[in-house]
Ligand binder design. Sequence first.
Ligand SMILES: [Zn+2]
Length: 445
Amino acid sequence: MDALPEILRRSTLPYVFSAIILVPFFIIGCQPGTDSTAKKPVFPDSTTHYQIDAQIRPDSGQFDVAIDMRFVPKASTDTLRFLLHDAFKLEELTGPVVGDYSTSPWRFGGEDTVHTKVVSIPLSDTMTPSDQVSISWKYAGHLQNNQIPNIGGAVVTTHWTELPLEAMWVPVHASLSSRFTFDATVDLPKNYEVASIGVLQKMDGDWNIQSSVPGPDVPLIISDKMQTQKYTDGEVPLTVYHGGAPDSLISFVAERSQQILNRYARRFQGGSDTDALRITLAPVERATPSSYARTGLIALRHDIKPDTSLFGLIAHEAAHLWWTDSVNPMSRHNFLNESFAEYESWLALRKIYDDTIFQKRIEEARKNAQKAPSFDEWQPRFDGALSYNKGPLLLHQLHQRIGEANYQSFLRSLQQKDVGTIGDMIATLEEVTNPETATWFRKKL
Ligand SMILES: [Zn+2]
């Protein structure tokens, strides 16, 4: 989950984000338009929640969006800062404590992220975590494919539009670790279908999407060529969304995903919000060849083939249904998201294929981690070398030192306690093993 999540992580931003998403999972029988039994999620007042009303015209890239946002600050604050795509012109930004706003370019990891602006909103009163800030947004504009930041899985074309986090089609808090639930109504041309997270229903011609699991964005995948294939044999019901992918690819993705999900469900025992999964296969090239995961959704990149690298990719993304953005992914704590997900994908490859491929992954990671600093010196540009290479290598060393039974207890303990920081992870390791092992591991980081 997370969530500069996989987005930025797998991105080409700095070259270190080379390898693979965020992730920042749940649903009820997600066949579009047929989900008459879906329950209305409850959105507690204590959470940050977006009520969204959007009209989208994929052929022209025209967006008209209105959002009533209830924002609950994580700490006392007198200014809120949001990220929004620069193509959108603000028509209204109002609320009881909202002052005049200003905009500026957004810099990420020392680089200017063209096409994303920061909207700074001074508040007339200091707000605390027990307060709710109400903000109403109204904005419109044409989103063009050549204006998508070159950092993730977004694309805007007539027949396939995909808007995960980095396209910022809804305002995202600039801390990027601030999560929200949402209830979105999306008006699309008649022949378009939608894939997203949460409960998905077609009502009176509009699409309604509701997510009661706080997440980093409103992922939206829209197509007038959308085909779906449902699989209900495994422990987690699965729907594959595609735009005309070959049957061999679709069945590989479905069978391998179920195999992987069954393995993880046994291995981690709880800790995932996913009780059904949607997997999308993008038929078009996106800003970068990245894949990402959210609660109940895995979006796979364009141009994949049924082979061991695709298996590894699915195993990594599926692990995010458990190992997700429980902490700020823009920090050394990304270890909890990415290092565990990546190491689990290596173990799944060894289990389903053979040890040779596992050893090859270790060898590649050693090379990539050669110049990695300590996790204490984490910076965005080191995240690829640290979270995706050094981290999983350290987990492998730990696994060898403490053995399979202890390693599994460690994983389950982390899941049960929803551990989201390196400090808590070390404390959990000490509980499961002993102080010497915890100290040894801490020093290796
Ligand atoms: Zn990942």
